[in-house]
Design a protein around this ligand. Structure first.
Ligand SMILES: [Fe+2]
Ligand SMILES: [Fe+2]
Length: 163
């Protein structure tokens, strides 16, 4: 996923978040509808990786930067993230062949669909109306994401088997 993100839209960082949301929706659709176990597992792994990056980006940079637009709504989002992060952390340590992991992943996907719907339907329009200069936030988000993706690539290289 990270490879098909394209350039980060620094002056419109919400677009980067929307792009992630739509990628998660597509992956969740593939996960739910494919009969092929390899395809399902691949989609599941991609969902976990994308959600982890996306959640960290919002928690560390986006939410603090936009909190003043609606502090109670942002606080609510952070609570939802906390629950999803806990599930995600447990899932990372489990095999996708474990029947319990399927149930947990479905729960995580349901929570995520509800959450991104709220962000898009209730928060992003408010943020737009607030008329903030988004470029400084976009630059911070771009830098944070680049570091995160770099760190992930390094740790997956360390875990990779020699060719
Ligand atoms: Fe979020
Ligand atoms: Fe989001």
């Amino acid at each position: 996923m990270n490879e098909n993100r394209g350039a980060f839209p620094v002056d419109r960082p919400v677009e980067a978040l929307l792009r992630d949301h739509n990628t998660v929706r597509k992956l969740a659709d593939t996960y739910a509808n494919s009969q092929n176990m390899d395809v399902k597992k691949q989609a599941a792994a991609q969902i976990l990786q994308l959600l982890e990056t996306h959640a960290k980006l919002e928690e560390s940079v986006f939410y603090p930067a936009v909190r003043d637009v609606d502090a109670s709504m942002v606080g609510h989002f952070e609570q939802e993230h906390q629950k999803a992060d806990d599930l995600l952390e447990s899932l990372k340590g489990m095999s996708m062949d474990d029947p319990q992991s399927e149930q947990m992943l479905r729960q995580l996907i349901d929570m995520t669909m509800h959450h991104i719907q709220e962000e898009e339907g209730q928060f992003f329009p408010k943020l737009e109306q607030a008329g903030m200069d988004m470029t400084p936030i976009g630059l911070q988000m771009q830098a944070f994401e680049a570091n995160l993706v770099h760190a992930q690539a390094q740790s997956s290289q360390q875990g990779a088997r020699p060719q």
